[in-house]
Design a protein around this ligand. Structure first.
Ligand SMILES: Nc1nc2c(ncn2[C@@H]2O[C@H](COP(=O)(O)OP(=O)(O)OP(=O)(O)O)[C@@H](O)[C@H]2O)c(=O)[nH]1
Ligand SMILES: [Mg+2]
Ligand SMILES: [Zn+2]
Length: 361
């Protein structure tokens, strides 16, 4: 191929979508070339609209017709996405930064496990970060670090108040899109504020409004916090839902189980590691009881979903009086009986709980 054509044609302008505001997209231009401005407020080409292509925060896009003076442009195409998460909606996320505090709010291992499991379910790499080191003793920090290492994670301990540990964290954010998740009040917004002090990220107030239900749609925004490092803040919440996890997938959300499965396999591919024959998962690790209680929860949610779709499938639409459609359930009531929750409970009771008790936190 001759290079002439290539040389004559200017290189396409590409960038990362930082925020979506109504029908406008704020795009941070990629740095290989020097542009008159670094950000453009863009519209989406109608061709994209017609094709039903939605632009998400985190998308890598090609921008055309830049108006450098007006700082405007048009998104012509979206480059293929590497990943997509939906709560919050962000494309091309490379990793989740799960942030907790060593104190204020008190660090609860069960709650932490719940957050870890939902983060693991995205299949994205996780950075586990503990903030507010300044509020705890060295002994407490050491104890938590050792404990979390036994779970299979290597936590980064920081204090946004004193700045300790932040260099290590910063290194792990470079050239990545990272979504911060974690309990309310742990310091997620403070982290962004640390990198861009001039940025108004509403430290200490976002989730209060969220909690009162006033934020019905979540506003997501990427902040550039260093060398091609982008961070998305999220409002904190207390109880992440595990409902969408399928029971056989839950085990993969625990590094302790993944490690044991690397050495040998259970007889059944979809083994739930409760008391199936030839299951290789032992119960001698701290979070096994958490695994069991989450298993019970995801199984219940899964059963409910199955019953719901079965009931929808058996409900036939029929014209009612005056032509109004009316749902008529078919009369196969036996099938509606609650099935496997009790079975699961029974199988959970069969586990040798005593052998686990000394491990309870
Ligand atoms: N002592 C101490 N306080 C901190 C530290 N980091 C943050 N804080 C304080 O913790 C409080 C909550 O911080 P935010 O950054 O708003 O927490 P958040 O995780 O964004 O909370 P939500 O938006 O509610 O989810 C603020 O009052 C911060 O000043 C720290 O390292 N040490
Ligand atoms: Mg916040
Ligand atoms: Zn098993």
């Amino acid at each position: 191929m001759s290079t002439r054509g290539r040389l004559n044609r200017p290189a396409p302008i590409t960038g990362t979508v930082l925020a979506v505001q109504a029908n406008y997209y704020r795009v941070q231009l990629h740095g290989e070339q020097v542009y008159p401005v670094q950000q453009l407020l863009c519209t989406r080409r109608s061709r994209l609209k017609k094709q039903g292509q939605h632009v998400m925060v985190g998308d890598q896009v090609v921008v055309e017709e830049p108006d450098w003076q007006g700082q405007r442009g048009a998104i012509a195409s979206i480059l293929p996405r590497q990943s997509e998460i939906f709560r919050p909606p962000v494309a091309n996320v490379n990793q989740i930064l799960l942030m907790f505090a060593l104190a204020e709010p008190k660090l609860d291992p069960h709650q932490l496990t719940r957050f870890l499991v939902t983060a693991e379910n995205t299949h994205l790499p996780i950075i586990l970060c503990f903030n507010k080191r300044d509020l705890t003793s060295y002994t407490t920090q050491r104890a938590w670090r050792d404990r979390i290492k036994r779970w299979g994670y290597d936590p980064v301990l920081v204090s946004l108040q004193t700045g300790v540990g932040l260099k290590t964290l910063e290194r792990r954010l470079k050239q990545r899109i990272t979504v911060i998740s974690g309990l309310s009040g742990v310091g997620k917004s403070s982290l962004i504020h640390h990198f861009i002090p001039e940025q108004e990220v509403r430290v200490g107030c976002v989730s209060q409004r969220w909690g009162q239900g006033r934020h019905t749609t979540r506003h997501v925004e990427l902040f550039e916090v260093g060398e091609e490092a982008f961070l998305a803040d999220t409002p904190g919440f207390n109880q992440p839902s595990v409902d969408t996890i399928l029971p056989p997938q839950l085990g993969h959300c625990f590094p302790e189980i993944r490690q044991q499965l690397q050495q040998s396999q259970c007889q059944f591919k979809d083994c739930l590691h409760v008391n199936e024959p030839n299951c290789v998962i032992r119960g001698d690790w701290e979070r096994y009881p958490d695994y069991l209680s989450l298993l019970s929860e995801v199984t219940e949610a899964h059963t409910k979903r199955q019953m719901q779709s079965a009931s929808e499938a058996r409900t036939k639409r029929k014209s009612g009086k005056r032509g109004k459609p009316q749902d008529e359930p078919k009369l196969e009531t036996k099938r509606y009986r609650r099935p496997s929750r009790r079975q699961l409970q029974q199988s959970l009771q069969n586990i040798d709980i005593e052998s686990l008790e000394h491990l309870s936190p």
